[in-house]
Design a protein around this ligand. Structure first.
Ligand code: TPP
Length: 612
């Protein structure tokens, strides 16, 4: 019996009944065109037609449903999945509370510019305005979920008739992938969802409109070549928009001996041991990076794929945001934040740097060297030095401290030594991301070529965090999405006890799908980032205590292997081969030294400025 829509004449999906190709099937066929492998979400009455279609597809070995524990967790999973695979993140929710639960996750994706298709259901059309169970239609008597998504999506529409569907989906997919990228929302009443599709197969090929452009602004690229070969000292600032062009960028930097710093988001794209790397700018960054960008002899600061929000810009640092700046981006939207730049170069970053490499080749190195020699403050083309770390850390002694309880600085140093080189790191909002940005230095910056992956398949660096919307618990979902995208690579999710208590239920998704996620919980019985921030800003010390909880016991109760880590030695003694080979999640409950204050000086400086 059809429990959800008594008046519907739509088909029932009984074993014995012949199935009629419906809107859910058509949507899944479009997702197949886009190479989507997963739909993240939670089922419920009104979204049932879509789950029926998903079940049929999964039975045939097609797109798989990953059921999250909270809808926002599903959206965070989409973020992790898209950022590491380049494929569209797709999440869905039922009408009413299922849809409202998505709001934080979709807002985060909007701030992070994550291409994401959000499918939500509505009660049947004929119930609109009649106070139907979980009604969230646009009628005056309902909670209007369509309105909720208006300001957090690139496109937001309801399908009120099957004939509208293909055009609405086409527009949505284009707006998800094209600058500025972001989430798009389609709301579908359940009777429309289960209606026979107007066509028997997709009418269009959407794979073309989802491809990134390879175009570049030729004129601006020529000006960039001139600047790079002018002989004036320049610095590269690498943001996360560089993922697919990182090889070319490093090649240019190496040929021209250009020092490189990264934004916090760009950190995972660069080997920390590259001789030209000088650290991270902005939030929890390194003094060396600050010095390099403030060196008076630097004529141009060339920022590539950087977002220039609070963290990327060193708290809107006037030296960075000056006419020294050359801003290269595939998204012109970010130029709004840098109107003072000397030059804006818009286009596909890989194409831009390939153009620079061609230019360097055309102008043979001899000529280039002659040009450089003619200018007094030239930087030479001499070969780069031996590999070591060329940037300084705060409190270096704590990085090497073997005392108990383990210091977070020491923990960050040890994680990449303990876990294999192909591990991916995701740091949660809280002290975790501050510790990680400053002290976590994975040896490899990308998937090893020995594993047969090229950097073109590298959509993201080995490290990610979420500094824009910064919603606690983001990492719990993002880690699941990352593990699904980077099949086989271990994912280390560095999180706080507060964040785990907020969103930790998503661990059981990793358990259910046998994902090799290692949850490293910085257990300090407090909302540590806020606690330390209150001290640094002279605010009241309030509202930050958490009970002492054994997360190891909680994890074991869920059937997850867990260890309590008190000292560096405990960590070193772990049987990591076993953990990685396990192909299911593991939790490390790390009782860290609670007194250590994370490197959040910049954040507190900005907060104080905002106080006036
Ligand atoms: C959803 C949400 N609520 C509140 C905040 C404000 N906030 C930022 S960090 C933080 C504390 C995080 O505590 P925990 O997860 O224990 O990590 P720790 O800082 O102790 O390492 C809070 C409350 C936030 N970023 N997101």
């Amino acid at each position: 019996m059809d429990l959800f829509n008594r008046n519907s004449t739509a088909i029932h999906v009984g074993e014995e009944q012949e199935h009629v190709y419906d809107l859910g099937d058509l949507l899944l066929d479009y997702l197949k065109q886009l190479d989507v492998e997963y739909v993240f979400g939670i089922p419920g009455g009104a979204i049932e037609p879509f789950y029926n279609a998903l079940a049929r597809r999964e039975r045939d070995g097609g797109i798989k449903s990953i059921v999250a524990r909270h809808e926002t967790g599903a959206a965070f999973m989409c973020d992790g999945y898209n950022s590491n695979s380049g494929r569209l993140g797709v999440c869905c929710a039922t009408t009413g509370p299922g849809t409202t639960n998505l709001i934080t996750g979709v807002s985060s994706a909007f701030a992070n510019q994550i291409p994401m298709l959000v499918i939500t259901a509505q009660t049947a059309l004929h119930t609109f305005g009649k106070g139907a169970f979980q009604e969230s239609s646009s009628s005056v008597t309902g909670v209007d979920t369509l309105k909720f998504f208006e300001h957090i999506t690139n496109f937001n529409s309801m399908v009120t008739h099957v004939d509208q569907f293909e055009q609405i989906l086409t527009t949505a997919i284009r707006k998800a992938f094209h600058s500025p990228k972001g989430p798009v929302h389609i709301s579908i009443p359940m009777d429309v969802f289960r209606s026979p599709a107007p066509v028997k197969a997709p009418s269009f090929d959407l794979s073309m409109i989802s491809k990134p452009t390879t175009l570049l602004d030729q004129g601006a690229a020529e000006k960039l070549c001139d600047i790079l070969t002018s002989g004036y000292k320049v610095v590269f600032v690498i943001g996360d928009g560089c993922a697919q062009a990182i090889n070319e960028i490093i090649e240019v930097a190496t040929l021209l001996n250009i020092q490189i710093v990264t934004t916090p988001h760009g950190k995972g794209l660069m080997s920390p041991y590259h001789p030209l790397f000088r650290g991270v700018i902005g939030f929890a960054g390194h003094e060396t990076a600050y010095q390099v960008t403030h060196d008076e002899s630097v004529r141009y600061i060339i920022a590539i794929g950087a977002r220039f929000g609070e963290w990327d810009s060193n708290g809107w640092d006037q030296t960075l945001l000056s006419e020294k700046l050359v801003h290269i981006s595939s998204d012109s939207g970010y130029f709004n934040r840098t109107p003072m730049a000397k030059l804006h170069v818009l286009g596909n970053i890989s194409s831009i740097f390939n153009r620079v490499l061609d230019y360097l080749e055309e102008n043979t190195f001899k000529e280039l060297e002659a040009k450089l020699n003619a200018i007094p403050d030239k930087h030479s083309l001499e070969s780069i030095g031996r590999p070591k770390r060329f940037f300084k850390l705060l409190d270096q002694e704590k990085y090497n401290d073997d005392s108990t309880p383990i210091k977070p600085q020491r923990l960050m140093k040890l994680l990449p030594r303990v876990f294999p080189f192909n591990a991916r790191y995701v740091a949660d909002i809280g002290a975790s991301f501050a510790w990680a940005i400053h002290y976590l230095h994975p040896l490899k910056r990308s998937r090893s070529t020995e594993l047969g992956f090229s950097d073109k398949e590298n959509w993201s660096g080995v490290f990610r965090t979420c500094l824009e919307f910064s919603s606690m618990g983001w990492a719990q979902g993002a880690a699941v999405g990352t593990a699904l995208a980077c099949k086989g690579d271990p994912v280390v999710c560095i999180t706080g006890d507060g964040a785990l208590l907020m969103n930790g239920q998503e661990i059981t998704v990793a358990l259910q799908h046998k994902l090799p996620v290692i949850y490293v919980v910085l257990n300090d019985s407090s909302l540590g980032m806020v606690k330390h921030g209150q001290v640094l800003t002279g605010a009241e010390s309030t509202g930050t205590d958490l009970p002492e909880i054994s997360f190891a016991k909680i994890a074991r109760a869920m059937g997850i292997e867990a260890y309590t880590i008190r000292s560096p030695q405990d960590l070193m003694e772990l049987d990591v081969n076993d953990i990685v080979a396990r192909k299911s999640p593991t939790l490390l409950d790390v009782l860290i030294d609670k007194n250590e204050c994370p490197p959040i000086g910049l954040r507190t400086r900005v907060l104080k400025q905002e106080e006036g």
